[in-house]
Design a binder for this molecule. Structure first.
Ligand code: SF4
Length: 484
């Protein structure tokens, strides 16, 4: 390969390597007498799901064909490491992939995502999983074609895990799960360092994309059929903040009057053809009054807010380094409800954080009782190596955690059912997503409050926003009737 011909700038460099890969993959397809296949396995959050759409876009572009089966020519696991058992699950899964590879000539096994950002994991992969061919992290997802080319040229294991992202390359092929809706990254990384969380160590420091780049990406997506976008970031409320990381500390630069999140939302909503805007995730400590009024005054912004509280106890919130109190969180919820009474509020709650007493837990139950969430994602605290909480005393005994977890679930289900029933009999606009899995005569979609609705209809309506009367509340979803 003539190194001089390789573009240094992105995304041209990746398009160059995609072309190089195309030739090699075509050659392999001819030898195999069929199109080569790929399988992408995604673990974890919406950020990972969106990254997997980028991986699929590149693999399609270089000549592979997607398959649901992991018995494929190219298998890639986009990993998560938010809980300890996620790592164990992947190691177990690799054993299974090894068996497939032993029977499949030229199969390529690739690992990427958050788990690969942990140095001890890379050491383990290199020592114990020699049949893995390509390994990369969260900061160079866009370089898949270049890494595949390096592997195909050398035949040696390729490992490239970057400490931080030097490039936010988004202008590459993406394969969306849904034609009519798409995630859009607005920022990367997290500076909050909640004491139980591994994300800041694997996704790096906060970095916001340029507003124009985001607006251009959304315009392109609307031109290809998108009606709804989900603006993605670990903490979208700190979008536009500039930080100085030079001396190893995190110093926010205040003199730069950048576009902040509410203003970005306003600019996004002005784009013609876009019908709905969603965003996640919000950190309560950064949620501004300006954002609340922007949401309330803009009909395109879906009235659903995911606002992780994690615990109801101010003592525990302090140990978690969440930087808000129970009272501040409840006051914020009151402000939000005052501006948008019917808004759907969802949250994340963790049980069993080190030092959690019965009294602390009752504060959590009190928050659930008083807020009345539409949905709560509940988790049991998982000790993560290298996080401050892992070294804390008073790890809560398992049987106590399990007892609290089941009591919490009971209350959460009761309150969510009560709360979600407020839409009974109302006519709501529903974005139709798919044919119902249980009954082909029904189609399924979501209201702007992210409530799932099943109603009679056919595939022609997929991707359309239609008025539906919500007749029967079935707990976490509705059965309804389309209004003609
Ligand atoms: S805000 Fe806290 S919990 Fe969320 S990603 Fe950042 S460190 Fe993790």
């Amino acid at each position: 390969m003539d190194e001089k011909k390789i573009p240094s700038m992105e995304p041209d460099r990746q398009y160059y390597f995609m072309n190089c890969c195309k030739e090699l993959i075509l050659q392999r397809s001819r030898e195999a007498g069929r199109t080569l296949t790929y399988n992408v396995q995604t673990f974890g959050c919406q950020m990972n799901a969106h990254d997997s759409e980028k991986l699929k876009g590149i693999l399609d572009e270089i000549g592979y064909e997607e398959t649901e089966s992991e018995n494929a020519d190219f298998v890639i696991c986009n990993t998560c490491t938010v809980r300890e058992n996620a790592n164990q699950k992947l190691y177990g899964h690799l054993g299974h992939i090894k068996n497939i590879k032993s029977k499949r000539k030229n199969m390529i096994v690739c690992l990427c995502g958050c788990m690969m950002q942990e140095p001890h994991v890379i050491k383990t992969i290199k020592e114990k999983y020699r049949y893995v061919d390509i390994v990369f992290g969260t900061h160079n997802i866009y370089k898949l074609a270049e890494l595949i080319y390096r592997y195909l040229s050398s035949g040696n294991m390729v490992v490239e895990v970057l400490e931080k992202s030097d490039n936010a390359v988004e202008a590459l092929p993406q394969k969306r799960k849904y034609r009519f809706k798409s995630g859009v990254n607005i920022m990367y990384g997290c500076n909050n360092f909640c004491t139980y969380c591994i994300v800041p160590y694997v996704r790096g420091r906060e970095k916001s994309r340029e507003p124009q780049e985001i607006l251009d990406e959304i315009r392109c997506k609307i031109a290809s059929g998108v009606k709804e976008v989900m603006l993605l970031g670990q903490n979208v409320n700190s979008y536009g903040k500039k930080f100085d990381y030079s001396d190893g500390k995190i110093a926010e630069l205040t003199e730069n009057q950048n576009v902040r999140f509410p203003e970005l939302l306003n600019q996004v909503c002005k784009i013609d053809g876009l019908e709905r805007v969603r965003f996640m995730t919000s950190h309560p400590k950064d949620l501004s009054d300006e954002l609340i009024s922007t949401m309330a005054n803009n009909p395109k912004i879906c009235k659903h807010l995911h606002l992780p509280v994690q615990s109801g106890s101010t003592d525990i919130l302090q140990k978690m380094n969440r930087r808000y109190t129970k009272e501040q969180y409840l006051a914020l919820v009151d402000k939000i409800r005052e501006a948008m009474p019917d808004i759907s509020l969802t949250t994340d709650i963790m049980v069993g954080f080190p030092g959690e007493t019965e009294e602390d837990f009752m504060h959590t139950m009190d928050i659930v009782e008083r807020v009345g969430y539409d949905q709560v994602f509940t988790f049991i605290y998982s000790k993560r190596t290298n996080t401050p909480a892992a070294g804390m005393d008073n790890q809560v005994p398992e049987e106590i955690v399990k007892d609290r977890f089941s009591r919490l679930l009971e209350l959460v289900n009761k309150k969510s059912n009560e709360r979600i029933s407020r839409f009974s009999g109302m006519v709501k606009d529903v974005l139709v997503e798919e044919i119902n899995h249980q009954d082909q005569a029904y189609i399924t979609g979501r209201t702007e409050e992210n409530v799932t609705v099943h109603f009679p209809g056919d595939a022609n309506l997929i991707g359309q926003i239609v008025p539906v009367r919500l007749d029967s509340c079935m707990g976490f979803y509705y059965l309804g009737e389309m209004m003609r």
